[in-house]
Design a protein around this ligand. Sequence first.
Ligand SMILES: *Cc1c(COP(=O)(O)O)cnc(C)c1O
Length: 230
Amino acid sequence: MDADCIAGNIAEVSERVRAAAEKVGRDPATVRLLAVSKTHPVEVVRAAAAAGQRDFGENYLQEAIDKIAATADLDLSWHFIGPIQSNKTRAIAGHFHWVHSVDRLKIARRLSEQRPPELPPLKVCLQVNISGEASKAGVEPDELPALAAAVAALPRLELHGLMAIPAPAEDEARQREPLARLAALFASLRETLPGLDTLSMGMSADLEAAIAEGATLVRIGTAIFGPRGT
Ligand SMILES: *Cc1c(COP(=O)(O)O)cnc(C)c1O
C-alpha cells in the first residue's frame, strides 16, 4: 500500500472516530488512535508517521524490535499488544513504551524487574477475558481487582487501565455488550485506583461501538494498513 493511501486511510479512520465520539457527546480528542502495524513492513510505519501518526501497536516481538530499530530517527511510541511468554519479558521491557496485554502477576513482576533503570516506568494495561472464552488470553473479571492492586504496587510499572479483545459480533448492539462490561470493570477499579485513564478497546470492525462505550484508545490495523497477508 502506498503512502497516499495510508494517509487517506488514517484520515478516514480519524473521521470515523470523530463521528462516533460526537454521536455520544464525547470530545474526539479523548480517543487516541493506535495504528496496529503487525505483519506490515516498516515502510508503512514511516508513511503513517509522515501523516502524523505517533502510536504504533505490534504483536510479534522480533518483528517489532526490527521496526523499532529501523524508525529510531522518528519520535514514535511503541505498544506491545500480543500474548507475552515469560522468556520475552526482558526484550519487551527494554524496547516498548506501553504493554496492553499483561494478564498475570508473574509477567508483571518480570516486566517491572527487567525495565531498564534509565527508562521511565513501563505503562501497562491489564488484558481482561471479557467474552469468557476458555481459549482467550486475559485475566478473569473476578480476579481483576486483586491483580490490579498487585500490579499498581510494582515500582517500575505504571498501571493505566484495561484492554480486551471481545469475541467478534456482527451488529453494534451485540458488539457493545462485552465492551460495556469492560467499561463497568474500569469504572469500578477507578474507585480505588483513580489514576487509571486508559480503556483500550475497539478494532477496525467495532470502533464505533467501543467509542460509544467509553474507549479512550482504539487499536486499528486493517482499516489503516489493509488486510494482513499470512
Ligand atoms: C491485530 C490486532 C488489532 C487490530 O485489528 P484490526 O481488526 O486489523 O483493526 C487490535 N488489537 C489487537 C490486540 C490485535 O492483535
